[in-house]
Design a protein around this ligand. Sequence first.
Ligand code: GAL
Length: 435
Amino acid sequence: MTRKKRIAAIAAVGASALLLAACGSSSGNSTPSSGSSQGASGATGSAEVFSWWTSGSENAALQSLFDATKTAYPNLTLVNAAVAGGAGTNAQQVLATRLAGGDIPETWQTHPGGALGDYVKQGVVEDVTSLYTQNGWDKAVPKSLLDTITYDGKIYAVLTGVHRGNVWWYNKKVVDGAGVTVPANMTFAEFEGIAKQLQAKNITPLCLGDKDIWTAAMVVEETIVGEVGADGWKGLMDGSLKWSDPKVVQAISDAYTSLGWAQKDHKSQDWTGAVASLAQGKCAFNVMGDWAYGELVVKQKLVDGTDFGYTFLGDPNTFVTVSDAFVEGKGSKNPAGAIAFMSTIMDKTAQVNFAKLKGSSPFRTDVDPSSLGAYQQVAAKTLSSGVLVASLVHGQALVPAADSQAFADATTLLEAKGDAAAFAKAMDTAFATNK
Ligand code: GAL
């Protein structure tokens, strides 16, 4: 499949696709009495759930799914096999070793698009299409998102929800205290102006935790998306726009400028440390997906709108998707256990309870979002009516995984040398080489 065709599968998202606002209010349990070929009814024994959700809010959200599974399948024991490390950098390596050794978790976390596509190609995940048709899930989720987990007409995962990657969170008290006004969305020049005003008051503009490079890579990705727009980002992914285009190089250079506004100890913190620094008022802004919302609310106990706010770079209707998928591992010891967990994920009540703790928007569009936080209501609306583009940093863009790795490597070089043109050149080479 050409890059263009692969991108087209994910790019076709519009207002009609997602109808969260119009959803019903029933919170009935959709857990099936039997699942795919193996079925989940009467699931017993133990089943491993492999993920990278270990932060305060991530663990709480995962636990909510464990609790819901226990209620629906009392004879099944789920084993939490999470491997620490934001964005799954460590977990994905551990999983690859386990799969190579035939030590297969019943179910594991991945991202739709390129990352899931790799598992499908390797033949290590089960086709779960029958679960969708038997339970009517295919009618409860937007086709555009279904397309991101469908390969050759077969569906391979369920989604816990969809995160928005491109959010500029800020500590409201710090910013207000400095007399700085943050608009609902901004240009880079406006952000630079804000950063300078903060610096003049001895406030560190950026909270960064780039012990793991993906967080700095997100600053670059979200700045590029903000400056070149959704169409520009799609063009980069399908090869019709070069990374070396002057406007892309300018965005990379602006991202580098932003990275220079970070607190001194940024290399010794991870993403949760950066969120904690923001909550403690040690710095003002954090560029992060809305799993940071979960962390701000659940772990840091902050109040949306009072303690923290958010803004966007560029068009506020551009939504960078970072969805979380769970798959059924082929050849695991307890397939019914995997199906039980995946069926619970698709339960309406479980979807909403999970989203409240995690910060994401639900995958199902027939749930009642009214109990979600204020930010989440806005995110869910943008998910339903905005323009979606897939995150390269999180392996969701429909390009080879090697391109995401190249982006991380280019970010490491950018931090070291500050050469935006070299970043662009490395990405053009990667996109021309990786097929
Ligand atoms: C992403 C994932 C989110 C969150 C984040 C930080 O890859 O989609 O759910 O876990 O990493 O760990």
